[in-house]
Ligand binder design. Structure first.
Ligand code: BES
Ligand code: MN
Ligand code: ZN
Length: 481
């Protein structure tokens, strides 16, 4: 979509007018008064008028001006996207305040809200109309210059959030580990600064990634490990490592799940999120050295599947007793984290994973759980999340809970029935494999997916944490020595 920033409006299909509750009727409303539009947050009114320049006007409420926030503007943008009638492709907006942050938030909400997962919709009537142009009417010349730069970045980021959503919404018969690896290679080819290496089952066996290989055993399409590397005049001496859980389908394994199996295609959200960061890096530079580690597998059942009671030897030689094959995410992450620690000696590690259903019990569907072993790192992640209005909440890595991963007959076990605190126990298991490396873990079990469309989150994959991680990387200063 072509964005322009003129001072004067020219012809469009739809003029968008965000209004505060206190705003007086704008002059552009030729045949109408403001009527009964009150300007409450996300309230909309569509007006038609006999005017060639602006045949349609959509008013959208922003609530009280004194209480305004970036999130209110972002949601208003999402609301507009949801109200957009089919066939309209030339849009214009007159913001009621010429503020960089607020305008950017509105456009961001609009792009994110306009997303639809449609590769499998044959009927063109059910597909989104591609948007051809957007005029943002702006008077302030300095603001115009700032907006031009920031809008480029915003378009790349929102495009990527939507492509992460596409990956996550893809069914597992289409997106299996092999296909995920191919998609990663495609991203790599976009930039000479990114390299990609893929391990198949045989090469994973050779380097003793036994947990990852075992989880993938029950499926026809076996486990893969994808390593992505970006380096451009880095300010960090040792790499930042991002790890993402890539379970393309989680049946639970021999401990077969009994419900909600159709959602378990979204169990590769973590891997898709990390791949998304590299997708942005292919287009926008950061002075950093970043490595992505994406263990991918399908957790299936069958004669080759790993079994409850099995003892696996992880990459770092830790022996793990399997007490539930459905706690597979921590197993593939264990190998990935241990591999990263040994081979890259990272400055920090962040992993992203739909690790537990317990994340839903603890924090519901909007808030990701955060756990870590380094306060500096968790604080920086929380700050980044706040900057982009995504929600994360830290849970404690309690020392008494940590002890509970101990097994009677192996070093540790992958499931501890009596403890409760599912999110923390998942974190405690992972921490074992990062040793002393500053590390943080984002559990997106609840926040990766929504069954109810909410403003700029359409139904399905949310694409959360891409914006937080990108903001974190932009803020990054090497302070972890
Ligand atoms: N992928 C699931 C977690 C999940 C469940 C995410 C529902 C989103 C919605 C994970 O592999 C899993 O099955 N976790 C188990 C862990 C338990 C066996 C310790 C869970 O949460 O029940
Ligand atoms: Mn599982
Ligand atoms: Zn899982």
């Amino acid at each position: 979509m072509n964005i322009s920033l003129p001072a004067k409006l020219s012809k469009c299909d739809l003029l968008i007018l965000p209004l505060y509750a206190s705003n007086t009727p704008p002059l552009l409303l030729k045949d109408h008064s403001r009527a009964d539009f009150e300007g409450k947050t996300n309230e909309t009114v569509l007006l038609y008028q006999k005017d060639k320049l602006t045949p349609r006007i959509l008013l959208v409420g922003l609530g009280q001006e004194k209480k305004t926030t970036t999130e209110i503007w972002r949601q208003a943008g999402g609301t507009v996207a949801n109200q957009l009638k089919k066939g309209l492709s030339k849009l214009a907006i007159i913001p009621p305040k010429e503020s960089l942050r607020l305008i950017l938030a509105f456009i961001e909400g609009f792009y994110l809200g306009h997303y639809k997962y449609e590769p499998f919709l044959n009927d063109p009537e059910r597909q989104q109309t591609p948007l051809s142009e957007l005029q943002i009417i702006i008077q302030d010349k300095t603001l115009k210059k700032e907006l031009e730069i920031k809008l480029k970045e915003l378009q790349i980021i929102t495009k990527t959030v939507n492509s992460v959503r596409d990956q996550v919404n893809s069914p597992s018969n289409i997106l299996n580990p092999t296909q995920f690896a191919k998609n990663s290679q495609k991203v790599t080819k976009k930039s000479r600064k990114i390299n990609c290496k893929i391990f198949d089952e045989k090469s994973l066996q050779k380097i003793n990634m036994n947990c990852l290989v075992s989880v993938g055993k029950g499926a026809r399409d076996k486990a893969k490990l994808i390593i992505l590397e970006y380096k451009s005049k880095p300010i960090n001496k040792r790499p930042l490592v991002l790890v993402g859980k890539g379970i393309c389908f989680d049946a639970g394994g021999i401990n077969l799940k009994t419900r909600d199996l159709e959602y378990m295609k979204y169990d590769m959200t973590g891997a898709a999120t990390v791949l998304g960061i590299f997708e942005i890096l292919a287009e926008l530079n950061l002075p950093l050295h970043i490595i992505g580690v994406l263990p991918c597998a399908e957790n299936m059942l069958g004669e080759n599947a790993f079994k409850p009671g099995d003892i696996l030897t992880a990459y770092d030689k830790t022996t793990v007793e399997i007490l539930n094959t459905d706690a597979e995410g921590r197993l593939i992450l264990a190998d990935a984290l241990a591999y990263a620690v040994k081979n890259f000696k990272p400055e920090i590690i962040i992993d992203v994973a739909t690790l537990t259903g317990a994340a839903i019990t603890a924090l519901g569907y909007d808030i990701a759980a955060l756990i870590g072993n380094n306060q500096n790192l968790t604080t920086q992640l929380k700050q980044a999340a706040t900057q982009v209005d995504e929600k994360i909440w830290e849970l404690p890595l309690d020392p008494d809970y940590k002890k509970e991963i101990k097994s009677d007959i192996a070093d540790i076990k992958n499931y501890s029935a009596e403890v409760g605190a599912g999110v923390i126990m998942g974190g405690a298991f992972l921490e074992h494999f990062v040793k002393d490396t500053p590390w943080a873990h984002l559990d997106m079990g609840g926040s990766a997916w929504t069954n109810k469309a909410k403003s700029y989150y359409p139904k399905g994959a949310t694409g959360r944490m891409v914006r937080t991680l990108w903001q974190f990387l932009k803020n990054y200063k090497p302070t972890f020595d």
